[in-house]
Structure formats: structure tokens, C-alpha cells
Design a binder for this molecule. Sequence first.
Ligand code: HEC
Length: 113
Amino acid sequence: MKIVMINLFSIFLLIVTFQARAKEGKVTPALTQGEKIYVENCNMCHGKTGDGNGPVGKNLAPKPKHLKAYNAKQIIKILTDGNVSMMAHFKDSLSKAQKEAVAQYCEKTFSDK
Ligand code: HEC
């Protein structure tokens, strides 16, 4: 009986592990790329939670806007033709695909829209 219980428990563990793996698999490649672009280009100012308290951002005046107020479309537009004081220009330094990826990441992670 004890052995049967242990076996059942192992099977249960296997299923739990498998489901956790399946969930991880849902992250789309574009999102992973978007997160990477965010960490490299935006995080220092907009911060981990998008609230503008990154190591550089918290000392800026005006402070970076909280990214929860923007959806992906608005972010792409700002990165493409925005003229934002204190913020680096990304018109040419990020490709169209990179802008889309980082905007999708911001919307998924921070936006309440
Ligand atoms: C050097 C610091 C800095 C970096 C790097 C930076 N930002 Fe900003 N960002 C700011 C500041 C400061 C503001 C607010 C400026 C203002 O209110 O005039 C801002 C504003 C914004 C806004 C709102 C603009 C508007 O007109 O409403 C968005 C959206 C945004 N940033 C997205 C990003 C994204 C996405 C990245 C990375 C690709 C990024 N920012 C990188 C400093 C930065």
C-alpha cells in the first residue's frame, strides 16, 4: 500500500511539473524579445514596474510617465514620432519590429487599458 501511495505521489508531481512547463511555453518569442528591449532601453528610467522609478528615472524632472496609462499602439506612436523631453529618441535606434515588441511587452505588463 505504501509503495502504491508513493507511486501515485510521483505521478502527481510529474503532472504538476509538466503543467508548469506547459505554462512557461506560452510566452511568445515576441514578448521575450520585448522584455529584453525594455530592460536594455527603458528600464533605467521607467523602472521594473513601469512607474518611472528606475535608477535614472527617479532623479529626472519631469519624471517618466507611469506606463500603465498607455497601450501598445500609443507607445509605438511615441517611440516613432514622439518628441518627449528628457527621453531618448528611438525613431532610428529601434527597428519597427523592436518597437512593436517592446510596446506589446509594456501593454501586457503595465497597462491598465
Ligand atoms: C532617459 C530616460 C528615459 C528612457 C531611457 C526612456 N524614457 Fe520614456 N520617458 C522618460 C521621461 C522623463 C518621460 C516623461 C517626459 C515628459 O513628461 O515630458 C517619458 C515618457 C514616456 C512616455 C509617455 C510620453 C507621452 O508623450 O505621453 C512613454 C509611452 C514612454 N516614455 C515610453 C518609453 C519606452 C517604451 C522606452 C524604452 C524603449 C522609454 N520610454 C525610455 C524618460 C525615459
